[in-house]
Design a protein around this ligand. Structure first.
Ligand SMILES: [Zn+2]
Length: 369
């Protein structure tokens, strides 16, 4: 018997393997809808399987309109200006249309037009006196201003003077990032982006001047002034993973799970604030909880430590350094249960022993005189 699936508008694509189709085959494995980013709940009744709540974007995500200010009249045009915009902060998956949309919105908020164009090396084309578009394969046309390299499959546009200011504050080499500077009428520019399923030569983004610039203060400075201690990040991190700090029974173990992912594992998805804490967004009114020490906890399957583990980074803020010390001390006290790879465990422990005095010295006040 074939079960009827009530998709409720969420993404579906024939029989080929994709997240939502697999969802319905596996029924209780909830996938993420690429149009809305939700993981709908699956309920079964009689002969039907139903996805709830309904998709807020049943037609898919197509056009997205953002606006950025260009008060200097110069636009830095590049593949990837992200290093200049650490304050654009979206907890989103770039592999889903809904995630890409959230990332584009976050960068627009910080003052950069940053959107997905695939591996297309698109042209930047002058389409009118104050109008441009990005996209297409227009080699040889008189009005092609440049082609944007797409190592990242996105483009980045931002006010050039603002880029220079940020490069100085953040110690980033703008020349290494920026391939082209476009002279325009100063003002506010609207970028209408369409990921499109259309043909390669169609414009992916149309850019036009909509009025005078309306600068909204120093977004970067506000971001750099932020700080979050482990007592706020850890409960939020666990909540994302489906645990509630208020009711979790073994708090030391819960802390270890969070600390392992945030501080030990290299290449985890976590991004870091320049002041040395992982960028996990915590609601303003969430309290800062007291975290337990790890001393006395039974052995924990810590990920093997290596030189580039985040907990050894020099940028680590003092509260985070204290948590890193707890982790290292617990590794040394109980060992690493890596029976299948003693050599790796041995290297981890040696590194942990060496690193403890180093991290302690960062917390101690410098000797007087
Ligand atoms: Zn959906």
């Amino acid at each position: 018997m074939t079960r009827r699936v009530l998709w409720n508008g969420h993404f579906r694509r024939g029989r080929d393997a994709n997240a939502m189709t697999r969802l319905c085959v596996a029924l209780h494995k909830v996938g993420q809808c690429p149009h809305c980013g939700l993981r709908p709940a699956v309920t079964e009744g009689g002969t039907t399987t139903r996805l709830d709540p309904p998709c807020p974007n049943p037609a898919g995500l197509t056009r997205q309109v953002i606006e950025v200010d260009v008060p200097s009249g110069l636009i830095a045009v590049a593949n990837d200006l992200r290093p200049l915009f650490p304050d654009a902060w979206a907890d989103a998956n770039a592999n889903l249309p809904a995630g890409r949309r959230a990332i584009t919105a976050a960068y627009a908020e910080a003052g950069m037009a940053h959107a997905y164009v695939g591996n297309s090396r698109p042209a930047l084309v002058q389409a009118g006196r104050f109008a441009y578009y990005i996209g297409g394969n227009h080699r040889g046309l008189w009005n092609v201003l440049t082609h944007i390299p797409t190592d990242l499959w996105w483009f980045s546009l931002a006010d050039h003077a603002e880029c220079l200011r940020r490069a100085a504050v953040l110690d980033v080499d703008l020349d290494a990032l920026c391939s082209f500077v476009l002279g325009v009428e100063p003002g506010r520019y609207r970028v209408v982006h369409d990921e499109g399923r259309g043909r390669a030569y169609e414009p992916r983004a149309r850019i036009s001047r909509v009025g005078a610039a309306e600068p909204s203060g120093d977004h970067l400075e506000r971001f750099l002034a932020l700080y979050e201690p482990p007592g706020r990040i850890v409960p939020e991190f666990l909540r994302r993973e489906g645990f509630d700090w208020a009711t979790v029974e073994d708090r030391r173990r819960a802390l270890a799970v969070a600390a392992d992912t945030l501080l030990v594992v290299i290449g985890s998805d976590e991004r870091w604030h320049p002041r040395g804490w992982p960028l996990v967004r915590v609601p303003d009114d969430d309290p800062c909880v007291d975290l337990p020490g790890l001393a006395g906890m039974e052995p924990f399957p810590w990920y093997p430590l290596c030189d580039s583990s985040p907990l050894l980074a020099e940028r680590l803020a003092p509260d985070w350094t204290r948590l890193a010390l707890e982790v290292l001390q617990h590794m040394v006290d109980t060992g690493l249960p890596l029976e299948e790879n003693r050599e790796r465990a041995g290297r981890s422990l040696a590194l942990a022993r060496r690193s403890i005095p180093l991290l302690r010295s960062r917390l101690d006040p410098p000797p007087v005189g």
